[in-house]
Design a protein around this ligand. Structure first.
Ligand code: ATP
Ligand code: MG
Length: 332
C-alpha cells in the first residue's frame, strides 16, 4: 500500500466544518487504500505564542476528535508529533540543506510574520515548512493530502528530498501531492465569498464541531443567502445557497443535482431547516464519541503512546539512514 502522511495543529478547542469536510473526512477514507500516518502537530503549534496548559488540552481534544470522526488507531498510526523525536532531528538536517532565500520565499511565513510584526515572529515560524518536510519525509510518504494553501510547502518537501538524494545518495521518497477531488471547500456562513476559517471567520460564520449543536443549527438557519428564491447551485451568482447545498451534499452523500431537483418549488427556509437537521444528526453522536475519549484521558494517552511507538519504527529507520548518509558516526 502507498503511504500517506498528514498532520493537523492543535491550535483550537474544536475543528470546524471546513476542516472536516475539506480535509479530515478524506483522512478517514484514505485508510482503506493507504498505509496512513496521522499526527497532531504540537511542535508546529509552538511556532506562535501559546499557553502550555491550553496546548496540552487541545492536543488531547484534537486526538479525540480525530478518533471520533473514524480514524482507526489499529489501522493506521495516530500520534502526537512531539512524542516522535525524529521529527525535530530530521528537521535540523533538512534546515542545513535549505537556502535562507528559499525559506524566505515561503508565503505563509510572510503572511503570518506580517500579521505579527517581523521582530516578534519566531525563527521556528520561519523554519516551519522545513519541519513540515521532515514530517513527510520521515515516513517516506508517497502522497500528502493538501489543500491549495499548502502546495508551496509540499513543493519545498519535494525539493529537499531530491536535493538530499542527489547530494548523499537515494534515501528519501519524493512525495506527490494528493489532490483530493471530491473534497468540499466550505465558505463562511455570514460571508459566503470567504472560506470558513478559524482565524478569519466571525462566530456566526463558523461551525465548530464541538459547539452546542443548537448553536450550529441556529447559525445555519441565519446563514446569509442570496437574492432570488430558487435553490440552484451557482457559486458565482448564489454563493450562500451553493455553500449550503455543498454542505448538505457532503453530509448526506447526495449529489447536488439530486438536491436541486428535490428542492424545486421550495424556499431557502426549507433548505436551511434541513441542512441544520443533518448537521445536528452528524454532530451529536460525534460529540458523544469525543466525550467518551476525553472521559478516559489515561486510556487516550496510552493509545497515543502506542501510536507514537508505531510511527517511530518507521521514523527511526529513515533517520538512521539519513545520519549514515550524511556522515554522522554510527552507534557501535
Ligand atoms: P487558519 O485560519 O488558522 O489557517 P484554518 O481554518 O484554515 O485555520 P487549518 O488548521 O489551517 O484551518 O486547516 C486544517 C485543514 O483544513 C487544512 O487541510 C485545510 O486545507 C482544511 N480547511 C481549512 N478550512 C477549510 C475550508 N473552509 N474548506 C475546506 N477545507 C478547509
Ligand atoms: Mg489555514
Amino acid at each position: 500500500k502507498p503511504r500517506v502522511l498528514s498532520g493537523i495543529q492543535p491550535t483550537a478547542d474544536s475543528f470546524h466544518l471546513g476542516n472536516y469536510l475539506g480535509a479530515l473526512r478524506q483522512w478517514v477514507r484514505l485508510q482503506d487504500t493507504h498505509e496512513t500516518f496521522y499526527c497532531v502537530v504540537d511542535l508546529h503549534a509552538i511556532t506562535v505564542e501559546h499557553d502550555p496548559a491550553l496546548l496540552l488540552e487541545r492536543t488531547r481534544r484534537s486526538a479525540a476528535q480525530l478518533l471520533a470522526i473514524g480514524l482507526d488507531p489499529e489501522e493506521g498510526a495516530l500520534f502526537v508529533q512531539s512524542q516522535v523525536p525524529e521529527h525535530a532531528q530530521l528537521s535540523w538536517v533538512l534546515e542545513c540543506q535549505t537556502g535562507f532565500g528559499e525559506a524566505s520565499r515561503m508565503t505563509q511565513f510572510k503572511d503570518k510574520a506580517a500579521r505579527q510584526g517581523t521582530d516578534r515572529a519566531s525563527v521556528g515560524l520561519f523554519t516551519y515548512p522545513v519541519l513540515q518536510a521532515a514530517d513527510i519525509l520521515l515516513y517516506q510518504a508517497n502522497a500528502v493530502p493538501v489543500g491549495e494553501d499548502q502546495r508551496q510547502h509540499l513543493e519545498l518537501s519535494r525539493n529537499l528530498a531530491q536535493r538530499f538524494n542527489n547530494r548523499f545518495g537515494p534515501t528519501l521518497t519524493v512525495p506527490e501531492p494528493h489532490i483530493v477531488t471530491d473534497t468540499a471547500k466550505i465558505y463562511d456562513l455570514q460571508d459566503p465569498t470567504a472560506k470558513m476559517s478559524k482565524s478569519a471567520s466571525s462566530a456566526g460564520g463558523l461551525i465548530e464541531l464541538m459547539e452546542d449543536p443548537k448553536r450550529s443549527a441556529k447559525k445555519i438557519r441565519s446563514a446569509v443567502t442570496d437574492a432570488g428564491r430558487e435553490i440552484v447551485y451557482d457559486p458565482e451568482g448564489k454563493p450562500g445557497v451553493s455553500n449550503l447545498l455543498i454542505i448538505y451534499s457532503a453530509l448526506t452523500d447526495r449529489p447536488v443535482a439530486e438536491l436541486e431537483t428535490a428542492y424545486e418549488g421550495k424556499g431557502y427556509g426549507d433548505l436551511k431547516k434541513d441542512v441544520a437537521e443533518v448537521l445536528v444528526e452528524f454532530v451529536e453522536p460525534f460529540q458523544q464519541r469525543v466525550r467518551s475519549y476525553l472521559d478516559d484521558v489515561a486510556e487516550l494517552d496510552k493509545l497515543l503512546t502506542r501510536g507514537a511507538e508505531r510511527a517511530r519504527d518507521v521514523a527511526s529507520a529513515t533517520l538512521s539512514e539519513v545520519y549514515r548518509r550524511i556522515g554522522f558516526l554510527q552507534p557501535a
